[in-house]
Design a protein around this ligand. Structure first.
Ligand code: MSP
Length: 636
């Protein structure tokens, strides 16, 4: 294959990056690096998904505009990928002008094709998943079948995409392209979903406006695009689809890496959009599993979300990448435990690989002043070289098939093979017995195996591969890959002294909660200190609830009129509808952050924030003073 295009999902900017994002990105980075090293012209994109109700609400909760909030969080993703040396070629933001134009062009083309029509949508919407549901799909209590959160009722004018029209074409594509969705089990789920019948898809919204506007030709200023339509098109924006850019040459070589939760969008909606646009379908859509932490689902409220930055800082980026790729078969769920990570660092990386390098360099120093000549290695150790070749081939085909754990397993079989050869042939005894050539050839065998290990490992652990290469005096590049991996050549080396490749992790250093942090500080230890002056900036006042009512279309929000001792009562929206009925709050005195910048929530003005306490279950209780005070009394 001479070209390769790989994509990560573009990440929502409602929250900072976590281990799930790091996992998708590290897989994509690994295969991008592999194809580059193997000589393919490679393009690798990632980015952020910045429109939709979820982002609008997250920004409003922070008192920020959606764009301001998206700028901040998108920058955090970029910073993390830079810190992780992710080798992406393009970082897209869906708020980029070029993306909006591409989404509009695609919309227009599908409309002209007759695949988009106007109607009315009536159903349920999960803001957290940005997904529409019918009543029969919901869990008890009207909750989202995917994430379990409450959904909202939606009834609005909408444009629809004629998804049902593409049912047969999709089934044919699945049937004729064995590898178009991997793993197989996930593909089967998609096929049975489509066989169950497809309904046309609502692709515009009118009840909020943080989205890409429809093309001018439609003259529909009230409508914005459904965030998933906008988001999926990003894969074309990146290649310059709207400009007919030369980068579109990569399109025929596309691999989409996605999490299992978003497979349906990529394996059903996306190919249908592409068919409508008359574009070829992706070569492969690969769905990975989810990570838990110590056997539990990660969640902000439990405070057990693994922070990739801290994990890499504590255990080393290379070890973190190794663990994620090695611990679980692609497609299956995995558990992140620091104990398991430390175990792998100590036994596989430090004892296995690290020792092999230091023993090889140590022997070369002793026997031949760091000169490692390959002569004799093939004749004397042909069996080992042949066995290594089998593992090399298995590693390559595993990585091409995205079986990252098998790929690393095969590499570590070569590590074990080399260490076993040292133990078996006892070069120190060969020297004693005057068989210096045999001892030197054994060192050459180990160095050649190490160079293959480094080249194979480079996509997953680039820094480690570079260290091994520098120590042995060769380079990680396509030329070496060709000669050593593909042609199985033996080479000579001029080695140099080196520090340990991996430090073992002491028990006391491990198993701290260092890698799990909440995205937002929720207790004293985690919150940054502030000065009294900073606190004084918050104007908190007591006020009495004059009116309170539910907000139409929202199961979370209540709308208040509150007397803060000012000329006019304030209108404030608060997400506490799950815990209080409007009537029980009328007449109550509450505490209000009164100088919070006014913001719009679901198109309604909110002029402050009512303070509440959140318990471990996330239940909210409104704060008030123990005895009544005058409205407007300052709290602080
Ligand atoms: N914005 C959409 C994707 C649009 S792509 C056109 C989105 N964003 S996301 O930020 O919510 O999630 C991105 C990825 O993170 C998904 O692939 C998801 O599977 C992955 N993960 C989120 N939590 C995860 C774990 N706990 N474990 C592994 N990956 C998980 O969806």
């Amino acid at each position: 294959m001479d070209k390769f295009y790989v994509t990560t999902p573009i990440y929502y900017v409602n929250d900072v990056p976590h281990i799930g994002h790091a996992y998708s990105t590290i897989i994509a980075d690994t295969i991008a690096r592999y194809h580059r090293l193997n000589g393919a012209e490679t393009y690798f994109m990632t980015g952020t998904d910045e429109h939709g109700q979820k982002i609008e609400q997250a920004a409003a909760n922070k008192g920020k505009s959606p764009k301001q909030y998206a700028d901040e969080i998108s920058a955090k993703f970029k910073e993390l990928w830079d810190e992780f040396e992710i080798s992406y070629d393009y970082f897209i933001r869906t708020t980029d002008e070029s993306h909006k134009l591409t989404a509009q062009l695609a919309f227009e083309k599908m409309y002209e094709k007759g695949d988009i029509y106007k109607g009315e949508y009536e159903g349920f919407y999960c803001v957290s998943c940005e997904t529409f549901f019918t009543q029969t799909q919901l869990l008890d209590g009207g909750c989202c079948p995917d994430c379990g959160r409450p959904t909202t009722v939606v009834k609005e004018e909408s444009y629809f995409f004629a998804l049902s029209k593409y049912e047969d074409a999709l089934l044919k594509w699945y049937e004729e392209n064995d590898e178009c969705i991997v793993p197989k089990g996930k593909k089967n789920e998609v096929v049975s979903f489509v066989k169950g019948g497809l309904k046309d898809l609502s692709i515009t919204r009118t009840s909020f406006d943080w989205g890409v506007k429809l093309p001018k030709s439609l003259n529909e200023p009230k409508h914005v695009m459904y965030v998933w339509l906008d988001a999926l098109i990003n894969y074309l924006t990146t290649l310059g689809y709207a400009q007919n850019d030369a980068k579109m040459r990569f399109w025929d070589y596309t691999t989409h890496i996605v999490g299992k939760d978003i497979l349906r969008f990529h394996a059903v909606y996306w190919p249908a959009f592409l068919l409508s646009l008359g574009l070829p379908l992706p070569k492969r859509i690969a769905a990975h599993g989810w990570w838990t932490k110590d056997g539990e689902k990660m969640s902000k409220s439990k405070g057990n979300v693994v922070n990739p930055h801290l994990a890499a800082q504590t255990y080393g980026l290379e070890a973190f990448r190794y663990f994620l790729l090695r611990e679980v078969p692609f497609g299956q769920d995995g558990d992140f435990s620091e104990r398991a990570l430390v175990e792998r660092i100590n036994s596989e990386l430090a004892n296995g690989l690290g020792n092999l390098l230091s023993r090889t360099v140590g022997m070369s120093a002793k026997y031949s002043d760091y000169e490692i000549k390959q002569s004799g290695a093939r004749e004397l150790y042909n069996a080992e070289l042949n066995e290594a070749k089998t593992h090399i081939n298995a590693a390559l085909s595993s990585l091409e098939g995205l079986s990252t754990n098998r790929y690393l397993e095969e590499i570590f079989k070569i590590v074990a093979l080399a260490n076993t050869a040292i133990a078996k042939y006892e070069p120190w005894n060969l020297i004693k017995q005057g068989e210096k050539d045999k001892a030197n050839a054994l060192v050459a065998l180990c160095a050649n195996l190490l160079s293959r290990i480094a080249l194979l490992l480079a996509p997953a652990m680039p820094r480690t591969a570079d260290k091994i290469a520098t120590t042995l005096g060769f380079s990680i590049d396509t030329n070496s890959f060709n000669r050593l991996i593909l042609k199985d050549e033996l080479i000579s080396f001029k080695a140099s002294q080196t520090a340990a490749l991996f430090e073992k992790v002491e028990d006391k250093q491990a198993f701290s909660p260092a890698t799990t942090v909440q995205a937002e500080p929720q207790n004293e230890e985690q919150a940054d200190e502030i000065s009294i002056d900073e606190f004084a900036k918050c104007l908190i006042k007591a006020g009495t609830v004059l009116e309170c009512e539910a907000v139409e279309g929202s199961e979370k929000l209540l709308k208040f009129k509150i007397d803060l001792g000012e000329k006019e009562p304030r209108q404030i929206l608060s997400g506490i509808a799950k815990y209080y009925t409007p009537n029980e709050l009328i007449g109550k005195q509450v505490c209000v952050l009164a100088n919070l910048k006014p913001r719009k929530i679901m198109k309604q003005l909110s002029q402050g924030m009512i303070l509440s306490a959140k318990d471990d279950d996330g239940k909210l209780t409104l704060l008030s003073t123990p005895t009544k005070v005058q409205n407007g009394a300052i709290i602080g």
